[in-house]
Design a protein around this ligand. Structure first.
Ligand SMILES: *[C@@H]1O[C@H](CO)[C@@H](O)[C@H](O)[C@H]1NC(C)=O
Ligand SMILES: *[C@@H]1O[C@H](CO)[C@@H](O)[C@H](O)[C@H]1NC(C)=O
Ligand SMILES: *[C@@H]1O[C@H](CO)[C@@H](O)[C@H](O)[C@H]1NC(C)=O
Ligand SMILES: *[C@@H]1O[C@H](CO)[C@@H](O)[C@H](O)[C@H]1NC(C)=O
Ligand SMILES: *[C@@H]1O[C@H](CO)[C@@H](O)[C@H](O)[C@H]1NC(C)=O
Ligand SMILES: *[C@@H]1O[C@H](CO)[C@@H](O)[C@H](O)[C@H]1NC(C)=O
Ligand SMILES: *[C@@H]1O[C@H](CO)[C@@H](O)[C@H](O)[C@H]1NC(C)=O
Ligand SMILES: *[C@@H]1O[C@H](CO)[C@@H](O)[C@H](O)[C@H]1NC(C)=O
Ligand SMILES: *[C@@H]1O[C@H](CO)[C@@H](O)[C@H](O)[C@H]1NC(C)=O
Ligand SMILES: *[C@@H]1O[C@H](CO)[C@@H](O)[C@H](O)[C@H]1NC(C)=O
Ligand SMILES: *[C@@H]1O[C@H](CO)[C@@H](O)[C@H](O)[C@H]1NC(C)=O
Ligand SMILES: *[C@@H]1O[C@H](CO)[C@@H](O)[C@H](O)[C@H]1NC(C)=O
Length: 779
């Protein structure tokens, strides 16, 4: 199952060179309404290709909150989203989470109760306009901090994206003192020796204590862990390297989920040196405003949809699981991919062109033993699953040949992607370990009806891709390889399920019903249909390699932004391979923090996929059966209203599957989502790390193996050693020479780095991108 969006292929470098923020002078003239003023302002702006007009945030907010509430339409939407909420695997746990989760992670959320309250408020007139309704609905899901559970109503994401004209960073002066927030351009200017002042930390924001303000603001993010959320407020090199498909320059300046939060008219920063600066916040205008005279005309233009009778078919809204897997892979792979710059990253040994994965060395004098695999995503952008897999394959071999004996894996900014890429990377590192990876989903009427039918149909079909029969091939994609076919995967003991009921269960846990434990059958012949085209190392024709690095010679570092597939990978690394994890940054508080701060669900389902499965079940049934089915819960997935009313380029998703730890046969069987897991070591960001990422990797290497401990909490096995690096002369002649070539390029890069390399207008824009994945959290 894969979702679609496209990448604009914007050149960040060219943007960086342009004026950072076009400040717009909005003057109230003969425009009588806020929306008319937006329209007038947009009409006067000429923006370069790929850029968007902007208006003052306050004007945009006045316009969007002038859209009247259509009660009938709001009640229809609430009614029609309900069937999809049933697929969210964690509602019972969210309502009544474990004590430690509430203490250390997030508050409980009653999703169903919350939806009822919203419905009640629509009915009794509490909401004064469409925006208040849409914001409540968006926030209900967002407040679960499950990055897989998302719905962005039109009024929230279709018209405007908000932002602040200044990105911040949070850094520790010396790597030991608690971090403070700074204006990032100040840090850059100082780093390049060009500032006429000493950057001063921010003490208050809009009159409120800066730390408190930023902690509160961070809660608008998609992540689960509060320290990870805090990091996501700021400008971060790993995030920026993802361009428009990441969370931009952080939520404070309108990246990621920050783009849907009205930041107020202005932002007033007060610095420790006494200076005060006031910025006017802005909104990007995402739609044409021709002919918009007021909130009512905006409603008519953008928030209405064809009546069911006018709809030709549901194709527009429905994503066929088949249409989104390997077929599209092949078609799209031919499109040449634009290369995305990665400011602050050294020249790579190998990298994927959008920086989704890349291999690096640090430097050949002091860190010659160390290789770094940077994996800010498991996604296949432009459907390039095989090239993605090949980067780690080639890099691990090159690193060995160059005599590297230690490996740092940097998963900062990793919102997940393709599940089986996570398994594959694990198997490349640990060929002898059989991944456990247990999952389950909600066992209820819809999943039972779909599973019974698809399993029955699959029983009459061969399990093969070796066919020219298009009809059969389609059935292989949609039905035979599906999780709703009990033959696709294996049980907790690695055995096949005997029939659908054997898989469905249900098991009763925590006041809800779930399937039995399901595990991936990685040697399944249909694996490529579930992986976008790859086989997993160690299975079928991709035989086991040799383990490239010992477990104790591998450290994984994260900024907490490790979600979805990244958490699947991390569960395997930590639980099964005993690899240590370093967490960067975090809130300005003492103590250890979590390394894995994103949703730990093991599979998201786009609502379009759910609708497709529901409707496919009808298609696979006899007319008599279909008439019967229409009287069941499965008859509630016909409406396209939730799709029409979602903002373009946003994710409509539920968390479909939970991850369950190996050996957990407890009564509660608490999903990984709800388990607190401290990192082994916490390292604070310093100014240098926000400008040159190799400073992050050096701090990790020093702490793990270098006799210079930078952990402010926790420790690594080598943290207490005082023995510095020993340089080895290993590898092959060819491998070492290759590393010397990289070193020359690195020195060249280092000497030509400049402020202009760091873009100041990277914004999340998923309207024209194509991020694919089956366990992915959208920024
Ligand atoms: C109205 O505002 C626009 C945008 O600022 C400006 O260009 C225009 O001159 C104004 N017109 C009048 C009549 O004041
Ligand atoms: C101001 O009003 C006049 C007359 O209605 C109209 O022609 C003109 O386009 C308006 N100007 C702006 C900037 O909206
Ligand atoms: C309100 O929504 C309903 C249902 O979609 C629609 O029939 C009606 O025309 C809308 N009202 C207005 C004023 O747009
Ligand atoms: C409207 O309904 C909501 C949700 O049931 C309730 O909390 C609120 O008190 C009600 N307000 C009024 C004015 O009745
Ligand atoms: C420093 O500032 C000077 C004068 O503004 C400029 O010419 C130079 O390019 C700047 N250097 C860097 C490294 O940005
Ligand atoms: C105080 O610090 C701010 C933020 O770094 C800076 O912009 C400003 O120039 C500084 N003021 C003085 C007088 O140094
Ligand atoms: C290859 O992988 C399989 C499955 O993970 C494992 O059982 C086997 O021991 C591995 N073989 C070698 C030689 O590592
Ligand atoms: C193609 O496969 C479908 C589904 O199994 C089957 O009904 C049909 O007869 C096959 N067509 C041919 C030409 O074999
Ligand atoms: C779980 O299944 C039982 C029947 O096996 C049913 O009575 C109960 O309502 C179900 N619980 C939920 C939350 O669906
Ligand atoms: C494995 O099989 C696939 C498809 O059958 C083929 O494309 C690929 O080249 C094979 N890989 C190896 C290592 O044989
Ligand atoms: C199911 O019922 C809906 C009305 O609720 C109707 O529009 C649809 O055609 C029915 N579909 C089938 C396959 O019976
Ligand atoms: C390193 O030393 C600290 C402080 O004495 C201790 O808490 C920690 O357990 C030690 N770490 C290791 C891996 O030995």
């Amino acid at each position: 199952m894969r979702l679609q969006y496209s990448i604009a292929g914007l050149s960040l470098a060219s943007i960086a060179a342009a004026t950072p923020f076009p400040h717009l002078k909005y003057r109230q003239n003969n425009s009588s309404t806020a929306c008319a003023a937006v329209s007038a302002s947009v009409a006067t702006q000429t923006v370069s290709a790929g850029a968007l007009p902007t208006v003052p945030a306050q004007l945009a907010y006045e316009c969007i909150t002038s859209v009247p509430l259509n009660k009938t339409a709001a009640l229809t939407l609430i009614n029609d989203v309900r069937p999809y909420f049933l697929w969210q695997s964690t509602t019972a746990y969210l309502k009544d989470p474990p004590k430690e989760y509430v203490e250390k992670i997030q508050d409980a959320v009653d999703v169903w109760g919350g939806l009822d309250v919203i419905e009640g408020k629509v009915k009794n007139g509490t909401f004064k306009n469409e925006y208040e309704f849409g914001w409540s609905l968006y926030r209900l899901l967002q407040s679960t901090h499950d990055g897989h559970f998302v719905y962005v109503p039109d009024v929230i994401g279709t018209v405007f994206n908000f932002g602040r004209p200044v990105p911040l960073v949070s850094v520790s002066e010396d790597g030991k003192k608690l971090p403070e927030a700074f204006v990032y351009p100040d840090i850059l200017a100082a780093s390049f020796g060009n500032a006429t002042f000493t950057p001063s930390p921010i003490t208050t924001i809009n009159g409120q204590d800066a730390k408190e303000y930023l902690e509160n603001w961070s809660q608008y993010g998609s992540l689960q862990d509060r320290d990870a959320l805090y990091n996501n407020v700021f400008y971060e090199l790993a995030v920026v390297s993802l361009g428009t498909s990441g969370s931009g320059m952080g939520t404070f300046s309108g990246g990621g989920r920050g783009r849907w939060v009205y930041p107020g008219a202005i932002t007033e920063l007060e610095f420790a040196n006494g200076t005060k600066t006031t910025y006017t916040n802005f909104a990007k205008v995402l739609v044409e405003f021709d002919g918009i005279t007021d909130g009512e005309s905006l409603y008519q233009k953008l928030f209405t949809y064809p009546k069911p009778s006018e709809t030709e078919s549901t194709e527009a809204a429905t994503t066929s699981p088949a249409a989104t897997t390997a077929t599209t892979t092949i078609a799209k792979a031919t499109a040449a991919a634009a290369s995305t710059p990665a400011p602050g990253y050294p020249p790579p040994v190998f990298r994927e062109s959008h920086n989704l994965i890349g291999g690096y060395y640090i430097d050949e004098s002091d860190y010659s033993d160390i290789a770094v695999l940077s994996v800010p995503s498991f996604v296949s952008l432009d459907a390039a699953e095989i090239p993605f897999q090949q980067v780690s394959e080639k890099f691990l071999a090159a690193a060995r040949a160059a005599g590297k004996t230690k490996l740092i894996i940097d998963v900062s900014a990793n919102g997940g992607g393709t599940i089986l890429q996570g398994y594959d990377l694990f198997k490349q590192l640990f060929p002898h370990i059989e991944p456990y990876g247990a999952t389950r989903f909600r066992a209820f009427e819809s999943t039972d009806l779909i599973g019974s039918k698809l399993s029955e149909v699959a029983e009459g079909l061969p399990r093969t891709v070796d066919t020219d029969n298009e009809t059969l091939l389609e059935l292989e994609y949609d039905v035979v390889s599906s999780v709703f076919n009990y033959q696709t995967d294996i049980d907790v003991n690695g055995k096949n399920f005997e029939n659908w009921d054997d898989k469905f269960g249900p098991q009763h846990h925590h006041n809800d019903n779930f399937t039995n434990i399901i595990r991936w059958n990685l040697s399944d012949i249909l694996t490529p249909l579930n992986s976008g085209g790859i086989w997993v190392h160690g299975y079928r024709n991709l035989t086991n390699g040799t383990q490239p690095f010992k477990s104790e010679d591998i450290i994984v570092v994260t900024d907490g932004y490790c979600a979805s597939t990244c958490t699947i990978f991390s569960e395997l690394m930590r639980q099964q391979a005993n690899v240590k994890y370093v967490a960067l940054g975090g809130r300005p508080r003492e103590g250890i923090i979590q390394a894995v701060g994103g949703v730990k669900g093991t599979n998201n389902f786009p609502w379009g996929t759910i609708q497709y499965y529901a409707q496919d079940t009808f298609n696979l049934s006899t007319p008599e059966e279909a008439a019967q089915l229409n009287k069941t819960e499965l008859g509630s997935y016909w409406s396209d209203v939730p799709f029409y009313r979602a903002a373009p380029g946003t994710s409509l998703n539920v968390n479909f599957r939970d991850g369950i730890r190996e050996g957990d046969d407890s009564e509660e069987q608490i999903p990984l989502h709800f388990q607190y897991e401290p990192a082994d070591c916490r390292i604070l960001y310093t100014k240098e790390m926000t400008v040159d990422v190799t400073n992050v990797w050096k701090a990790v290497a020093d702490s793990a193996w270098g006799g210079k401990n930078r952990c402010v909490a926790g420790s690594l096995p080598g943290s207490n050693s005082t023995v510095p690096y020993r340089k080895h002369k290993r590898g092959t002649e060819f491998g070492r020479r290759a590393a010397e070539t990289i070193e020359k390029r690195r020195q060249q890069w280092k000497s030509t780095m400049s402020i202009q390399d760091y873009p100041m207008d990277v914004f999340t824009d998923l309207r024209r991108s194509s991020l694919d994945g089956d366990a992915i959290m959208y920024p």
